[in-house]
Design a protein around this ligand. Structure first.
Ligand SMILES: C[S@@+](CC[C@H](N)C(=O)[O-])C[C@H]1O[C@@H](n2cnc3c(N)ncnc32)[C@H](O)[C@@H]1O
Length: 240
């Protein structure tokens, strides 16, 4: 708790990131990832493998852009570096401790545009990923289901979450180069003995077909849930 508070106070970031709660969430993810290291390891390996095998299939790429980079726990940064001229990592917030190779840069920005638009009282941009257009590979990594979480707390619009999911998928589809999406397809909330309390079909809401392949990720395993519900997802891979 003390470490989390210290990190919160000393991490440099724009005001909207702190005020809207992105910094707090990012720090919480870092600490949950430590506590759930063993439970998350296979998911992180699967994510890295999917990114690397896709990038290798294209030979040398002018750009590789990773959306939802976070702490790069599920991104094979060092292996991607020689496959491209420029590796770009994008997230709302860059926490300390992310090491980058020489040809990499880390951009802190609102990937989807709804968060900063709500914060500023404006309409979201029509084409949120326009800065990343080009022949390079665009990868969205374990980000899709996270995109609506904070904006929906800031709005009364019951359709905002669905619109954000669909807009992100559409912007990936509009990308001129190859695109890889790795994202929660289904999310289950489970009681401690495993009975399903609720199921959310994120892929269907986002307008996605069934994934090319998928695996299970125990995001909140029993030891993390305590007396509360466990959460598990099916993570899917799509080339859009
Ligand atoms: C589940 S984490 C991804 C894990 C990350 N690849 C890692 O290894 O740490 C989701 C990430 O999405 C980011 N995120 C959520 N909404 C965002 C937005 N609107 N713009 C930019 N990043 C966002 C969060 O800051 C978080 O780092």
């Amino acid at each position: 708790m003390i470490l989390e508070a210290l990190e919160y106070l000393t991490t440099p970031c724009p005001k909207w990131v702190r005020d809207m709660g992105y910094l707090r969430e990012a720090i919480a993810i870092r600490h949950r990832a430590r506590r759930c290291h063993a439970d998350w390891a296979q998911h992180q390996t699967n994510t890295k493998d999917a990114i690397l095998s896709t990038a290798r299939a294209y030979g040398h790429l002018p750009d590789i852009t990773i959306l939802g980079a976070g702490l790069c726990l599920d991104i094979p940064v060092q292996d991607l570096s020689p496959l491209t001229d420029r590796l770009t990592l994008v997230d709302a917030v860059r926490l300390r401790g992310v090491r980058l190779p020489q040809n990499a840069r880390y951009l802190c920005q609102d990937i989807e545009g709804s968060a900063t638009a709500l914060y500023a009282g404006k309409a979201p941009p029509d084409r949120p990923l326009v800065d990343f257009q080009g022949p390079g590979l665009l990868v969205s990594v374990n980000l899709l289901s996270q995109l609506p979480l904070i904006p929906t707390r800031w709005s009364d619009d019951p359709l905002l979450g669905q619109r954000i999911l669909q807009r992100h998928v559409q912007s990936l589809r509009d990308h001129t180069g190859p695109t890889l999406l790795i994202a929660d397809a289904l999310r289950w909330t489970l009681e401690s003995k495993g009975a399903v309390l609720s199921q959310e079909d994120i892929a269907q809401t986002a307008g996605l077909p069934p994934p090319e392949h998928s695996w299970r990720w125990p995001i909140i395993p029993a030891h993390e849930a305590g007396h509360g519900p466990r959460v598990e997802t099916e993570v899917g891979v799509w080339r859009l």
